[in-house]
Design a protein around this ligand. Sequence first.
Ligand code: SF4
Ligand code: SF4
Length: 318
Amino acid sequence: MRRLTMAQAEELRRVPGASLAFFLTDRCPVGCGHCSVSATVDGPTIRDWELFTQVVAGVASLPGLRAVAITGGEPFVERRGLIHAVGSLAAAGKAVVLFTSGYWARPPVPAWIRQVLELTSTVYLSTDSYHVDGPAGAGRDRLATAVRTVLDAGCHLVLQVLDEPGARDAAKALCPTADVSVIAPLPVGRGADLFAPAPLRPLSDFGRCHLLNSPTVRYDGRVSACCNEGVIVGAGPPGLRRQVATADDVAAALAEFRADPALRLLGRHGPNALSTIVDGPARTICQACWAGVERIAADPKALAVATLLAGADPGDGA
Ligand code: SF4
Ligand code: SF4
């Protein structure tokens, strides 16, 4: 099996249709104070197994899809769902990239976890202080066990840290051969109480939305146009989501997003292309996007303008 490095995984995220995120559960026992999806120990998780297997089958059968990032919540709390998803996606030739807190790494690590990891290409292990030292965090010893278990299974390891002083060095000390992914703190979900919102900026300051190359499919059949955490858990305009019921619906939902005029403009040019529809400034590209998508859904004239602009796009190949 091909083990994707962080650079290879990021390269795939830039190719339309080559990757997507699979949100396996809203549940997580760790309780990080900064959790951008507000996952909780008793949060919703898979209830309709038939729907879940349809959704997995729909993702597995997408032509051109090469990598699936399984996220949540904590994927390892969904034992049955994780085994099914990883087995089906790996059998379909997709590289599985797993995001986890490592909370499960108590020796002896259960055989089913090692079997899941053996089918997994790459593991992103969160090692910032919220994850490790939080209420039910992995703790330093468990983190070392998680690193060892992931490497023993043959996965490529990426240590994910918040952009804080010394974070990269601390990750390298934990595992010198791992890639290190440094991410900005997000003022979203529980993080909204911890991190300051971004300053207001003119729409022309924002580039195009690259996250439209990373749509998200949830365990409950909800499909999002992107991997924005708020959108995944139900915030923002309904136009950024679809509800699917069958495997075939997954491809159809993704095709609808690709055809959406507002999303085409955002993906190709950024929110400034919507400046005749949306007033700036905005704190984030997503704030401008939500305003544009809402306006277009409510106003036929705005839809006509966006359709015209998207249709006139000379680079339009979607
Ligand atoms: S481990 Fe991840 S999903 Fe769980 S609470 Fe922390 S940030 Fe949220
Ligand atoms: S700009 Fe819109 S489509 Fe892009 S990530 Fe934000 S909410 Fe999603």
